[in-house]
Design a protein around this ligand. Structure first.
Ligand SMILES: [Zn+2]
Length: 335
């Protein structure tokens, strides 16, 4: 899932994201809640209509962004009090409020409100954080079930409404992770995410936790690993059985001039590309690689041209989506 933080996959228009074959994009509840506000988006027909995105959408719970505001937040059993990074104004997110905001935004998939356990966290801290996440999962689910039919695009005739995924936490402790997964499965969510990874832990632990949790989750429901990863990681996780992933990496790296290619990572700002007429990735068939040279992309970023971010992002997204397409195909033929 390309990440569309504030209702936009940064620097790339929706029609291009669509033409790259993205079937679903992610929107960040925290950002959309602050601007333009979830009620405004509800009044405008929901997020799909507001941003003109015909595909599927997922919103996160706001928990992760609030977690990133370490110095601006206060966590209690009730929820999280935080200050806006924009104007310092004070807000409270509870599981119930996160559900209300996500129902107003109206993405196809909403996420339970969780606490992203930081790394490193000792066992006691991870257990306490998990206790909170499990209590919040239950409250999220109860509130969501009572209100999901308030989504603005509800299609009762065809039984289409929003879906809610639970989020597995537990730090880097395998038994806590397993317990978290089992308890969420008992609650019976529409899908399951593994959260709290890629927050600074070594990569072998990320893999270990994913491998530990996956068998605990029903294979007939979507299994989503949040916030990963590099191209080789997403391929590895998909082959383990992960169905969904999201990451800002392809677009964020692109804006800094880092391209992911079949020949490895390429820093397009490097002087050696100054007169390099080759396409960014000769093996890539994307609209950027078919038309522009490394020298031109380098020139754009050297001059601070906004087009640099756009073209680099288009290539990186195409590269990521192509990896997933290849994995899907190879899994289909293997069956
Ligand atoms: Zn390309």
């Amino acid at each position: 899932m390309p990440v569309g933080t504030a209702g936009s996959v940064k620097a790339v228009p929706q029609d291009i994201v669509e033409s790259l074959g993205a079937q679903i994009i992610l929107g960040n509840t925290y950002h959309l809640y602050l601007r333009p506000g979830h009620e405004a988006i509800r009044r405008m027909g929901g997020l799909h209509r507001f941003i003109s995105w015909p595909g599927a959408m997922l919103t996160d719970s706001g928990g992760f962004q609030v977690y990133s505001l370490t110095r601006l937040r206060k966590v209690s059993d009730e929820g999280v009090q935080f200050r806006s990074h924009l104007d310092g104004s004070s807000h409270v997110f509870t599981p119930e409020h996160s559900m209300d905001v996500q129902i107003a935004l109206g993405a196809d998939i909403a996420m339970a409100f969780d606490e992203c356990t930081e790394y490193p966290a000792d066992r006691d801290r991870a257990r306490e954080s998990l206790r909170l996440t499990m209590a919040w999962a239950q409250r999220s689910l109860a509130h969501f079930r009572a209100h999901k039919n308030e989504v603005v695009w509800l299609d009762e005739l065809n039984g289409r409404t929003q879906r809610l995924f639970g989020i597995v936490q537990g730090g880097v402790y395998a038994d806590l992770r397993r317990e978290s997964a089992q308890r969420l499965v008992e609650m019976d969510f529409d899908g399951y995410a593994i959260g709290g990874l890629s927050v600074g832990e070594p990569r072998h632990l990320t893999l270990e936790m994913i491998a530990e949790v996956l068998p605990q989750l029903p294979a007939d429901k979507p299994r989503y690993v949040m916030g990963v990863g590099y191209p080789d990681e997403i391929e590895q996780y998909a082959r383990l059985g992960v169905d969904m992933m999201d990451c800002v990496l392809p677009t964020r790296a692109a804006r800094h001039g880092l391209l992911f290619t079949s020949e490895g990572r390429m820093n397009i700002k490097n002087r050696k590309y100054a007169e390099d007429q080759a396409p960014p990735d000769p093996a890539c068939d994307c609209m950027v690689c078919r038309r522009y040279s490394r020298a031109y992309l380098r020139h754009l970023i050297q001059c601070g041209e906004p087009l640099a971010g756009t073209l680099n992002s288009i290539h990186n997204l195409a590269y990521y989506l192509e990896i997933m397409r290849r994995v899907r195909e190879s899994l289909e033929t293997a069956q």
